[in-house]
Design a protein. Structure first.
Length: 169
């Protein structure tokens, strides 16, 4: 059985997206840093974060943060005292922390949502959503069936392991 993930997720950290400063950066063509002032866990922080920009195909520029710790070009910084990139924090995306069985449930729920069914592993109303192609509907229903079979198989394996490890003396 897989060990539970103990690493923290990026959702545990406040984020600073470059898109928040888009309008401010458009007004000044020569922006090379952004000053930030904030309080985190009772401590006040005030410093500048350097910027980089890349040319877009149809003119103008796209701005990026330069991580204060490693100088990587990123669109989002996460607060761990100072704002740094996700590589410097060492945190993972929430989906990377999911167990294999949780990934199956997430995929089944995504398919069910696309088909307009309620959440769970039982079938919905069985009718094709309006505007969905028949081949797409059939493919999604078949994928849902395969995932449900895998979920049931994995659940039975876990039950068998639990039964095998329990002593009834």
């Amino acid at each position: 059985m897989a060990a539970l993930a103990t690493t923290s997720s990026l959702s545990n950290y406040p984020r600073l997206s470059i898109s928040r400063y888009r309008d401010q950066l458009r007004q000044t063509d020569r922006a090379n840093k952004v000053d930030v002032n904030y309080s985190y866990r009772g401590k006040a922080y005030s410093y500048s974060i350097r910027l980089d920009k890349t040319a877009c195909h149809f003119g103008n520029y796209r701005y990026w943060w330069l991580c204060p710790s490693c100088s990587n070009r990123v669109a989002v910084l996460y607060c761990a005292g100072i704002y740094v990139c996700r590589g410097c924090i060492g945190a993972c995306y929430a989906s990377q922390l999911q167990q294999p069985i949780d990934r199956l449930f997430s995929r089944a729920d995504a398919i069910r949502q696309r088909l307009g069914w309620q959440s769970g592993i039982a079938y919905g109303n069985g009718s094709k959503p309006k505007g969905m192609h028949s081949k797409t509907f059939d493919r999604l229903v078949n994928e849902h069936d395969r995932i449900v079979q895998r979920i049931c198989g994995a659940t039975m394996q876990m039950i068998d392991k639990i039964k095998g490890s329990v002593s009834y003396e």
